[in-house]
Design a protein around this ligand. Sequence first.
Ligand SMILES: [Zn+2]
Length: 293
Amino acid sequence: MRSPMNPPFASRPGRWPLPPFMQASAALHAGAALAALAVPGAWPWALGAVALNHVAITAVGLTPRSDWLGTNVTRLPAAAAARGEVALTIDDGPEPGVTPQVLDLLDAAGQRATFFCIAERAQAHPALAREIVARGHSIQNHTAVHRHNFSVLGPRGYAAEIARAQQMLSAITGQRPTCFRAPAGLRNPFLAPVLHRLGLQLVSWTRRGFDTRERDPEVVLARLTRGLAAGDILLLHDGNAARTAQGEPVVLAVLPGLLARLNAQGLRSVTLPQALRDDRPAPAGLPTPPAHR
Ligand SMILES: [Zn+2]
């Protein structure tokens, strides 16, 4: 679901702009309250309308690629696609038994990736987290502990979980994350204002392989490469990886084929901050740098 009035990559200074879907929901609540007060016997209908609206809001929050609750990057911007760029994103690590081999495979193919790390895991393996960055990749915010009830947290829960991860990851890598991914992509309307305040952009994906559940690497590879094109954001996992029948983490079985496919199509995987750089507002007082070709 992508609402035409709510483009990603817009500059976001000042107040958080309420998305059109949430404006309509607020108007519906106000209208229902007025009707219940003004029209005798109307309150069951008003209550029903509000309840239906909450069902719709919940459904949208459980749709990872929707942007109805706020901006959500599901593809790289046109400028990045024109450069032949894609973004490999690898979630839920760092994982000592998996991530070092992921780094070796990426190095051998000359490709870069974005690691959406769970901050407490990065803190448990700080040398590995620093190695990810030292080898040219990017670490971004995937919450402090990857809570399974993330989609039902309130504003304080979101602020605590995400700000703590920002602090931990910044302290470990020396780089402040600018992108955020929700656990399993699930969230509610309280998330977007918190991300806005922390200067974070919600990023989901173009396609994913479900590699935390699917044990057959061929199936995962097929899901990731069906229609593969410049501008795609692909999701894999180094943490919580499913295992193949031979006991190998699925990501390690999938990456060689996926990297070969990128190479064959002439696609270059870059980090998200690099791919999104043209669409970020220039710092105040500085001219916008020319786009690199
Ligand atoms: Zn995750």
